[in-house]
Design a protein around this ligand. Structure first.
Ligand SMILES: *[C@@H]1O[C@H](CO)[C@@H](O)[C@H](O)[C@H]1NC(C)=O
Length: 181
C-alpha cells in the first residue's frame, strides 16, 4: 500500500468515526429532552393591606366576589421559595383568574410566573389552565416560557397550603415539571 492510500484510509476511518459519534450524540439528545422540576409558593390575597389580587368585573360589577361565577380578577401575587411569606421572594405571579364554573367552584387561570431572584432569575413561565380549588390536588398546563424556559412545555400540580376563605387569602404550592426541546 502506498503512503497516500494509507493516509486516505486512516483519514476516512477517523472521519466516519467522528460522524458516527456526532450522529449518536445528536440522536440521544433528541430522544432525551432536558427536564426541569421546581416547586414554589404563590400568595393570593384579596383583602388587607398586602392585597395582591383585585376583582375587576363580574355579575355585580367590580366588587363581585371571586367565588362567584363570572368574576374576573387581576393578580400580581408574590412568589416565594417556601410556604411562608417571609421565605425568600423569587418572583411574581401576574395575570388573570376568571371564575368559570357555574357553581362558582372553579377558576380558569392565565398568568406568568416572572422570576426575579433565585436559580431562574430573569426567566418566566406561562401558566394556563383550570383551578378547581375545592380539590386537594389539581393539575394545570405550562404552555411556554422565556429565558431558561424557552420552548418548554409541561404540567404542574397545585395544592392549597393555606386557605382563609372568609378573608380570601390563600397560599398555593405549585410543583412544576417542564421539558425543554
Ligand atoms: C412534584 O411532582 C412530582 C410529580 O410530577 C412528584 O414526583 C414530586 O414528589 C413532587 N414534589 C414535591 C416537592 O411535591
Amino acid at each position: 500500500m502506498s503512503t497516500s492510500s494509507l493516509s486516505f484510509s486512516s483519514n476516512f476511518f477517523f472521519l466516519s468515526f467522528t460522524v458516527t459519534l456526532l450522529y449518536v450524540a445528536y440522536t440521544f439528545k433528541g430522544l432525551q429532552p432536558k427536564k426541569t422540576n421546581l416547586v414554589f409558593y404563590v400568595h393570593d390575597t384579596f383583602t388587607g393591606e398586602d392585597k395582591s389580587a383585585v376583582t375587576v368585573a363580574g355579575k355585580t360589577g367590580p366588587s363581585s366576589s371571586i367565588l362567584n361565577f363570572g368574576t374576573i380578577a387581576a393578580v400580581d401575587d408574590p412568589v416565594t421559595e417556601g410556604p411562608t411569606i417571609n421565605s425568600k421572594r423569587i418572583g411574581r405571579a401576574q395575570g388573570l383568574y376568571i371564575n368559570s364554573q357555574s357553581d362558582g367552584k372553579g377558576l380558569y387561570m392565565v398568568f406568568s410566573v416572572i422570576f426575579t431572584d433565585g436559580e431562574f432569575k430573569g426567566s418566566s413561565l406561562e401558566i394556563q389552565g383550570p383551578d378547581i380549588f375545592t380539590m386537594k390536588e389539581r393539575e394545570f398546563g405550562i404552555v411556554s416560557g422565556t429565558g431558561y424556559f424557552r420552548f418548554v412545555k409541561g404540567y404542574g400540580i397545585m395544592e392549597t397550603e393555606f386557605m382563609d376563605i372568609a378573608n380570601l387569602r390563600a397560599v398555593i404550592k405549585l410543583n412544576v415539571t417542564v421539558k425543554h426541546y
